[in-house]
Design a protein around this ligand. Structure first.
Ligand code: NDP
Ligand code: 8X3
Length: 250
């Protein structure tokens, strides 16, 4: 019988690539997002295997109602990819818009919690499941302007590890995938639609691609059942973590 995967944020970037990859391997895929036109296009592309669910991940009732009781063949969720997320702005903390901070907390933290809480009871009941979180290197290393985005991804990392503790003894795996520089709509969203500024982020680099991320998720899901990848950090070769910054002359 085909397995079921729920991918939040399947209208672009990592989520779209993941939905396509799992569908190509015969999985039933539930894809969420706010942009109905993109979900419709994906349904046309993937056919009967795909269930489009238009929702804002910040809408607690909608997430509980729709993901908590999926219809027909999609009902039992084998894998949840908690991917929907965004960065808004890159200003220093004292100049940031509070609305952006709210939106990042509501999406990257609270939305991820709503989706997790909606599917987890079924997984526990069946004693079977797998949750992949989209964390980020931003949860491990700080950078100027990252402020609340970094904070949300640090939350995701710790929540993933804490879930592992709650789930110890059950056949439910939890991974935190922590990508670095990856090309997607991420920077365009961060810079409020400024495509030119977004393009500059990737200029002269060979970033990780959404397909690379989808392949990594595929690998994590297909590890032997007794193996759990707690955390996996992935960067392009052209990027590396570096130590604390020093400002001289102060
Ligand atoms: P994209 O902007 O390309 O895609 C983001 C996806 O999230 C879209 O499908 C979007 O759907 C969905 N989404 C955002 N906000 C909401 C919302 N309120 N309700 C429902 N869906 C929402 O970004 P990426 O694919 O790059 O990012 C995916 C995840 O990976 C995010 O969590 C991001 O933080 C993380 N990440 C990204 C990195 C990068 O460099 N690109 C690196 C590390 C982590 P829609 O707009 O239709 O609602
Ligand atoms: C996205 C990677 O470094 O832009 O999570 O924050 S970064």
């Amino acid at each position: 019988m085909a397995k079921n995967i729920v991918v939040t944020g399947a209208t672009a970037g990592f989520g779209l690539a993941t939905a396509r990859l799992f569908a190509s391997h015969g999985w039933n895929v539930v894809g969420t997002g706010r942009r109905a036109d993109r979900l419709d296009a994906l349904q046309k592309e993937l056919g009967d295997a795909f269930l489009p669910l238009q929702l804002d991940i910040r809408d607690r009732e909608a997430v509980a109602e729709k993901l908590g009781d999926l219809p027909g063949k999609w009902h039992d969720v084998d894998v949840l990819v908690n991917n929907a997320g965004a960065a808004y702005g890159l200003e220093p903390a004292w100049e940031c818009r509070l609305d952006d901070w709210d939106a990042m907390v509501d999406t990257n933290i609270k939305g991820l919690l709503y989706a997790t809480r909606a599917v987890l009871p079924g997984m526990v009941e069946r004693n079977s499941g797998h949750i992949v979180m989209l964390g980020s290197v931003a949860g491990n290393y700080s950078y100027a302007g990252g402020n609340v985005y970094c904070g949300t991804k640090a939350f995701v990392k710790q929540f993933a590890l804490a879930l592992r503790a709650d789930l110890l003894g059950k056949n439910i795996r939890v991974n935190n995938l922590e990508p670095g520089l990856c090309i997607s709509e991420f920077s365009e969203v961060r810079f409020r639609g400024d495509a030119e500024r977004a393009a500059k982020v990737y200029e002269g680099t060979q970033p990780v691609t959404p397909d690379d991320i989808a392949e990594t998720i595929w690998w994590m899901v297909n590890c032997p059942a007794h193996v759990n990848i707690n955390r996996l950090e992935i960067m392009p070769l052209c990027q590396c973590p570096s130590g604390p910054s020093v400002k001289k002359g102060m």
